[in-house]
Design a binder for this molecule. Structure first.
Ligand code: ASP
Ligand code: MG
Length: 594
């Protein structure tokens, strides 16, 4: 006998028929001998309707009352679900977040879970009931009802699975699993059997809207196996677990974020503190910044480029009008016609030549790359929006994402097996109750002091250039780590920087020098000794500001940042080699202190 959590999203409980169908699924599992906890969302578009209603009354409704209102959606569906179970001859008990004892902080409309009591649920289960928990809601210390943010029922489900030591957390939804890319955009997309937490986190933040991001962070932290599957059938879906689908595959998925905007701040004094100054001005306005590229400066000035969601461009511009003066930069430029195309995969951390395959495919498809950033498990390029679809297809194709990799295990063997990694469930559960469950966890602050940097400025901004550079470097057998390509905002030229192990600096430089035969006016520089500092953890996505805290710490310490990249699980910066140890000490102090 196992305990399972089954979550049903809004579309899966939108009508009375669907509620009855969901109830039958739970009953089937219960009959098979499992203890079943259902987590249910509000019916259909109920939450949207309630939000609308509130807006009709007030432009700015008190957040506490929003939570009081929105939590009613789930209260309706749990009650109906319990009635459905009862009508089918079984016993179900509905519980609100407060009745369960889901304790949260008091940040209304986006509360975080602090602890969950299991006694009441466990007793009801042991007495033979199906427990039906209201998703998305909790209660704070003062008995105020709170909600976890839109889409938060996923987080409730994974959190309950964690504290109850469930074998699996099934997410029953209107799609039948996780795909290599959005099948509505590329019909050749393939449903994957399995995907790792880290890959799912990256893809989710790139707009693969299958699940609430915080729920994946949760699952990773507590080792909860998630099974995303269709509520319309009994077919297997996708398991979200620790390991990727295949060891051999460099890339597991690709994504396009269509509506992005590129911003370049030109002529930023290349001194400590400027990036912190700029990004904290933007963060104050709650704009999410991505693809930050600060390339190595020339003449004491650097250009910093980054992307923001298109709809946040105006807000960003007003932040920048202020920031440009404050830091003494020259000006800024924007491009509102760009899209971001990314490839994600745990395998790329261990394989060479992944980036250059991607760049070659884009070049063959005639796609011009405006900007590049890479992290351990993600490569993102910025392209013109007209070319986004072609770029996505080229990336999907070159990594053969439409084909199932060899040797993939069946999902059934994974489903019950994964829980083994959780070890002693009782110990984990006890552990959980001690801390705030959704607290940011920084698990590593590290220094790689053994890198070197090559920078090629004056690169023509045209298709195929990145491909040529990295093919040359790959041909020399050099493992390239960080890559950034910035947009210089002048004369259609770009600057490409990358880091390699120090011992490979000569080969890498020679490869770069080789490009002089094809392009005039290149300016090649190198940093024979640079240090890469990384802060990694769980919750970097939902606890924004880790990057800013990092910039601030380095700025206070007077350390100049030469290159930056960020991902869901890690923020990396490159600084001068001589500064590495001191910068590491400062970062350790800053992140331990939290
Ligand atoms: N009903 C809430 C929403 O629509 C929570 C959820 O569905 O996960 O955002
Ligand atoms: Mg939902």
């Amino acid at each position: 006998m196992a305990l399972i959590v089954q979550k049903f999203g809004g579309t899966s409980v939108a009508t009375s028929e669907k509620i009855l169908a969901a109830a039958r699924k739970a009953i089937r599992a219960h009959r098979d001998g499992d203890q079943v906890v259902m987590v249910v969302s509000a019916m259909g578009k109920q939450t949207d309707m309630l939000v609308d209603l509130a807006k009709q009354i007030s432009d700015c409704p008190p957040a506490r009352e929003m939570d009081m209102l929105l939590s009613t959606g789930e209260q309706v569906s749990v009650a109906l679900m319990a009635m459905a179970i009862d009508s089918l001859g079984f016993s179900g008990v509905s519980l609100t977040g407060a009745q369960i004892g889901i304790m949260t902080d008091s940040i209304h409309t986006k509360a975080r879970i602090k602890s969950i009591s299991t006694d009441r649920m466990q007793k009801l289960l042991d007495d033979g009931n199906i427990v039906i928990a209201a998703g998305f809601q909790g209660i704070d210390e003062d008995f105020n009802i709170t909600t976890l943010g839109r889409g938060g029922s996923d987080t409730t489900a994974v959190a309950l699975a964690a504290v109850l030591g469930a074998a699996t957390c099934e997410i029953h939804t209107d799609v039948d699993g996780v795909y290599t890319t959005d099948p509505r955009v590329l019909p050749e997309a393939r449903r994957v059997h399995r995907i790792s937490y880290d890959e799912m986190l990256e893809l989710a933040s790139l707009g693969a809207g299958v699940m609430h991001n915080r729920s994946i962070e949760f699952a990773k932290k507590y080792g909860v196996a998630i099974h995303v599957r269709s509520s319309l059938s009994d077919a297997d879906g996708t398991m979200i677990v620790t390991d990727p689908e295949s060891d051999q595959q460099a890339v597991c998925g690709a994504a396009v974020t269509k509506n992005e905007a590129r911003v370049t701040v030109i002529g930023v004094p290349d001194i400590p503190g400027t990036s912190w100054e700029i990004f904290s001005r933007i963060a104050e306005r709650n704009v999410t910044v991505d693809m930050i590229v600060q390339n190595v400066g020339a003449g004491g000035k650097a250009n910093i480029s980054f992307t923001v969601p298109l709809e946040e461009l105006d807000e960003t511009k007003s932040a920048l009008r202020q920031a440009v003066d404050e830091v003494g930069a020259d000006s800024f430029t924007c491009d509102d016609q760009v899209s971001k195309v990314s490839a994600v995969g745990l395998g790329m951390a261990a394989q060479t030549g992944v980036a250059d395959r991607m760049f070659a495919a884009l070049s063959e498809a005639g796609v011009n790359i405006h900007m590049i950033t890479t992290s351990e498990i993600k490569i993102s390029v910025l392209v013109h929006r007209d070319q986004a679809q072609a770029a996505l297809r080229a990336v999907h194709h070159v990594f053969a994402l439409h084909e199932q990799p060899a040797g993939v295990e069946s999902i059934r063997s994974l489903e019950r097996g994964e829980n083994a990694v959780r070890g002693d469930v009782a110990a984990i559960v006890a552990d959980l109750q001690g801390a705030d469950m959704e607290e940011l966890v920084i698990n590593d602050v590290s220094l790689d002091g053994d890198q070197a940097r090559v920078t090629i400025a004056g690169v023509p901004d045209q298709p195929g250039v990145a491909a040529q550079v990295f093919q040359q470097v790959a041909a020399a057998g050099v493992f390239v780590d960080m890559i950034v390509q910035s947009f210089d905002g002048v004369d259609g030229l770009a600057t490409l920087s990358f880091t390699v192990p120090r011992s490979n600096l000569d080969e890498a430089t020679a490869a770069a020098e080789g490009l002089r035969q094809q392009f005039d006016g290149l300016h090649i520089t190198r940093g024979a000794h640079v240090a890469k500092l990384s802060v990694s953890g769980i919750g970097l996505r939902s606890h924004t500001g880790v990057a800013i805290r990092m910039f601030r710490t380095l700025s206070d310490a007077g350390v100049n940042v030469a290159m930056i990249n960020t991902s869901e699980v890690r923020v990396n910066v490159v600084v001068a080699g001589a500064e590495g140890d001191r910068a590491l000490g400062c970062l350790q102090a800053a992140f331990d202190a939290q």
